[in-house]
Design a protein around this ligand. Structure first.
Ligand SMILES: [Zn+2]
Length: 248
């Protein structure tokens, strides 16, 4: 039996869960259980990891695995949680070899060597609905999937559209954004999406689950590609929930 307390946490704290069809519930809960069994959680900066934190992170991570045949984030060992945004040292070398070191504030990070780092206050913003369509947990776990399956790193797209890979999809989305901006219409996607193919994949994954209908209507090619990557259609979850009553 899946614990009732965990089910309540998923419904309360994982926004896309509220429209998850009953037919996917059992597989979703199975994934959450395996994820919690397999992955280690570590609190940093004085934070003590609670069940609510573990289940909230696992719930978001497992939305991305509903039809994933490649296991439970096989490279990931540990999820680290800070109480709030954390400082990360950035080391950069310019074209003449001069090294500069700066510190950046981060809400989350995904390391290819097996760690996802998250800030609990940013997760609470997602739960409260204060972060709009942004979802730091989905973002970082999308980076894990991308790195594992090498999707944005030049491989052909899974669907046959006008674009052949994520580089071309990014260029097409940048053109679309410029046109929308000229017409005074803000993009459905956070501007950070247009900085690289990796970030387009991660940000689009957030919007795919958080605002699927609007995303599908405005970015059909990108939506179709993500529907193929994740094997689910969140816009359908919402549409089928709102079937209008037919008067008798
Ligand atoms: Zn990112």
């Amino acid at each position: 039996m899946f614990p009732a307390a965990w089910r309540s946490i998923l419904d309360e704290n994982v926004p896309p869960c509220r429209s998850l069809p009953e037919s996917l519930r059992a597989v979703f809960e199975k994934h959450v259980r395996v994820f919690l069994d397999e992955k280690r959680f570590e609190g940093c900066g004085g934070l003590e990891v609670t069940d609510e934190m573990r289940v909230t992170v696992a719930g978001h991570a497992c939305l991305l695995l509903l039809h994933d045949p490649d296991g439970y984030y096989p490279r990931l060992g540990t999820v680290v949680i800070y109480p709030e945004s954390f400082a990360t040292p950035i080391r950069a070398t310019d074209h003449v070899g001069i090294v500069t070191e700066t510190v950046e504030e981060r809400l989350g990070e995904s390391w290819e060597e097996g760690t996802v780092v998250l800030a609990w206050d940013s997760i609470q913003e997602v739960i409260r609905g204060g972060s709009g369509d942004c979802n730091v947990i989905i973002h970082e776990f999308a980076h894990q999937i991308d790195a594992q399956r090498k999707l944005s790193a030049g491989r052909p797209l899974l669907t046959q559209g006008d674009c052949r890979n994520w580089e071309e999809l990014l260029a097409a989305e940048q053109r679309r954004q410029r046109t929308a901006f000229r017409r005074g219409r803000p993009s459905v996607l956070d501007p950070y999406a247009f900085t690289s193919p990796e970030e387009l994949f991660a940000v689009a994954s957030e919007t795919f689950f958080m605002r699927p209908v609007r995303f599908k209507n405005n970015h059909s090619e990108l939506y179709t590609e993500l529907r193929t990557v994740y094997g689910v259609d969140p816009a359908e979850w919402i549409i089928t929930q709102h079937v209008p009553c037919i008067p008798r």
